[in-house]
Design a protein around this ligand. Structure first.
Ligand code: NAD
Length: 507
C-alpha cells in the first residue's frame, strides 16, 4: 500500500503509482516556485523540526522500542539526541554555510565579481534503512532542507513504528509541499526511482545500492550511497584482552549486531581465541546477567524473516558455539553468541551477518589473516587490535578495506582509529591507508567535531555527510563570474576578439 502525503498533508492510501508521481510533482512545483530558497523559510522549517524532535522525544524512543526493543540509552545516544545536536548545529551555521563564497581572483578579473553560490539541487530523494530508522532518514532530510531543496523521504517499511511516526508527525511540523513522506517497500521505491530527482541519498545494502545507482544514471542524478559489508577484526597477543573484548562486544551487540559497521568476525590465533572467549564470557555476564533475554539493554531482531535467517546461521554452527546459542522465535530474541574455530567456508562467513553472532576464525599469524581478508570482498571496516606498530603497518599496507580501525570498534563507519603517541606511526598510517576518516587516541569523540565530514570511500560508499558536509552534500557549488562594462576592462580584454593578432600572445 502506498501512502503519499499530498500537498495538504492528507494521507491518500491507495496502491496507484499516480500517488508517487503526484508527490514528486508537488515537490517539483514547490521547488520551481522558489518556496525553499529563502533562508528564512529554511530556518523556520528547521526550527519547527527541532520542535518536532523535542516535543516527540518520548514518541521517538517508544517507536524505536516497538521496532527494535531499543533501550532508552541507545535510542537517545544513537538517534534522538544525535539528531537534535546535529540540527542545532545546522541552524547555528545556516547563514554562514549558505552565504555566497568569494574565492580569490586574479588581476584579469580585478574589476569583476567572482562568486560561488550555494545552490540547492532541486528535488531530493532520501531512502532510509530500518536499523537506525530515524537517524539515517531524518539527518539527511534536515540537510536537504537546510540547503534549500524540497525532499521526498522514504522510511524503511520494516521499521513499522518509526515509519508511521515519521509519516504522521512530519506533516504536522513541516511544509507539506516541500517535505513529503512516501511510505512503502521495494515496489514503491522502484516506482520512486522511475521519477526524476536532482539528488538521491540512499542508505542500505550493497545490492540495493547498485539498483539505486543504476536508476540514477538515467537522469545523471548525483548520489550518496551509504552501504554495508563484512568487517573483520584482527587481534594479536599484545593487547589488553579485557578492554579489547569490551570494545569489540559493545560494537557488535549495540542494536544486537544490526549495525552497518558492526565487527562481523574475528581473526586471531588459537591462544588469543581462548583468552578472548574467557574474557567475553565475563563481560557478557556482567552486562546482560545470567538470562540475557531478560536484559533491558538488548534489542530484538527487526522481523521474523531476519530472525529465521539468523536462527539458521546459529543452527548451522551448533558444534562451534563457545558462548550463547539460544534463541526465542516468539520474542525475536537471539542470545549474544560467539562461535569458535570457524572456517572461511562455513555458512556464517558467506554474507554480512547483521545480528548478534560473532564467529572467530583462527589463523597462525598476521600474514595468514591478511591473506584471509584479501581473498574476500573489500570490507567496509577492518578492525585491528595490536600494540605492535609493525603489525598495524602491515595491515594498513597490505589489505584493502573501506577503512581501518585500531584497537577499538566504532559506532559509525569509515573511520580509522589509531592509538599511538608516536607521530611517525600516526603519519605513516595517514599516508599509507585509505579510509573515510580517522580518529587518533580516542573513539567516538570525533563525532562531536561537527566540522569533520563523515563517510566512506571505495566499497564503503560514495559521499560524506554530518555537520557542514551534510549541507554541502545537498548543495551545488555554482561558480559565477560577474563582469562589468567598464571601458578599461573591455579594452584590456579586447585582444580575444578576431581578427586575431599573434602579437597579443606572450611567446
Ligand atoms: P535494504 O537495502 O534492504 O533497504 C534499504 C531501503 O531500500 C529500504 O528503504 C527499502 O525499502 C528499499 N528497497 C529494498 N529493496 C529494494 C528494491 N529491490 N528496489 C528499490 N528499493 C528497495 O537495507 P536494509 O535491510 O534496510 O539495511 C541493512 C543494510 O544497510 C545493511 O547491509 C547495512 O550494512 C546497510 N547500512 C549501511 C549504513 C551506512 O551508513 N553505510 C547504515 C545502515 C545500514
Amino acid at each position: 500500500e502506498i501512502k503519499a502525503m499530498n500537498g495538504n498533508g492528507i494521507t491518500k492510501p491507495n496502491s496507484k503509482s499516480s500517488n508517487i508521481v503526484e508527490a514528486v510533482q508537488t515537490a517539483r512545483d514547490a521547488f520551481n516556485r522558489g518556496v525553499t530558497r529563502p533562508i528564512e523559510w529554511r530556518r523556520k522549517q528547521l526550527n519547527s523540526l527541532l520542535r518536532m524532535y523535542e516535543e516527540n522525544r518520548n514518541a521517538m524512543i517508544e517507536a524505536l522500542h516497538k521496532d527494535l526493543r531499543r533501550s532508552k540509552m541507545e535510542a537517545v545516544l544513537l538517534e534522538v539526541d544525535y539528531l537534535i545536536n546535529d540540527l542545532k548545529n545546522t541552524i547555528h551555521y545556516l547563514d554562514e554555510w549558505s552565504a555566497p563564497e568569494k574565492p580569490p581572483k586574479g588581476i584579469v578579473n580585478i574589476l569583476d565579481k567572482v562568486v560561488i553560490y550555494n545552490d540547492p539541487y532541486g528535488v531530493v530523494l532520501v531512502v532510509g534503512a530500518w536499523n537506525y530508522p530515524l537517524q539515517l532518514l531524518l539527518l539527511p532530510m534536515s540537510g536537504a532542507i537546510a540547503a534549500g531543496n524540497t525532499v521526498i523521504v522514504k522510511p524503511s517499511e520494516l521499521s513499522v513504528a518509526c515509519a508511521q511516526f515519521v509519516a504522521e508527525t512530519i506533516p504536522k511540523y513541516l511544509d507539506n509541499e516541500a517535505v513529503i513522506v512516501v511510505e512503502g517497500g521495494p515496489q514503491e521505491t522502484t516506482e520512486l526511482l522511475k521519477q526524476k530527482f536532482d539528488y538521491i541519498f540512499f542508505t542500505g545494502g550493497t545490492n540495493i545500492g547498485k539498483i539505486v545507482y543504476e536508476a540514477a544514471t538515467k537522469n545523471l542524478t548525483p548520489v550518496t550511497l551509504e552501504l554495508g559489508g563484512k568487517s573483520p577484526v584482527y587481534i594479536d597477543n599484545t593487547v589488553d584482552i579485557f578492554v579489547t573484548a569490551k570494545r569489540i562486544l559493545w560494537g557488535k551487540f549495540i542494536n544486537v549486531g544490526q549495525t552497518c559497521i558492526a565487527p562481523d568476525y574475528v581473526l586471531c590465533t588459537k591462544e588469543v581465541q581462548d583468552k578472548f572467549i574467557e574474557a567475553a564470557k565475563k563481560v557478557l555476564k556482567e552486562w546482560y546477567g545470567d538470562e540475557p533475554q531478560k536484559s533491558p539493554d538488548l534489542c530484538r531482531i527487526i522481523n521474523s524473516r531476519h530472525f529465521s535467517r539468523l536462527q539458521a546461521l546459529v543452527d548451522a554452527s551448533r558444534d562451534k558455539i563457545a558462548i550463547g546459542g539460544t534463541y526465542d522465535a516468539n520474542d525475536r530474541f537471539i542470545e549474544p553468541t560467539v562461535l569458535s574455530n570457524v572456517t572461511g567456508t562455513d555458512k556464517i562467513m558467506q554474507d554480512e551477518i547483521f545480528g548478534p553472532i560473532l564467529p572467530i576464525v583462527t589463523i597462525e599469524n598476521a600474514y595468514e589473516a591478511i591473506k584471509f581478508i584479501n581473498e574476500r570482498e573489500h570490507p567496509l571496516v577492518l578492525y585491528v587490535f595490536s600494540t605492535q606498530n609493525n603489525i598495524q603497518k602491515l595491515f594498513t599496507e597490505q589489505t584493502r578495506s573501506g577503512s581501518i580501525n585500531m584497537n577499538d570498534t566504532i559506532m559509525f563507519y569509515g573511520v580509522l582509529y589509531v592509538f599511538s603517541t608516536n607521530d611517525k606511526v600516526v603519519s605513516s598510517l595517514v599516508d599509507n591507508t585509505s579510509s573515510g576518516g580517522m580518529c587518533v587516541n580516542d573513539t567516538v569523540m570525533h563525532m562531536g567535531v561537527e566540522t569533520l565530514p563523515f563517510g566512506g570511500v571505495g566499497s564503503s560508499g560514495i559521499g560524506a555527510y554530518h555537520g557542514k558536509a551534510t549541507f554541502d552534500t545537498f548543495t551545488h557549488k555554482k561558480s559565477c563570474l560577474i563582469k562589468n562594462f567598464a571601458a578599461i576592462g573591455e579594452k584590456l580584454a579586447s585582444g580575444r576578439y578576431p581578427p586575431y593578432s599573434e602579437s597579443n600572445l606572450n611567446f
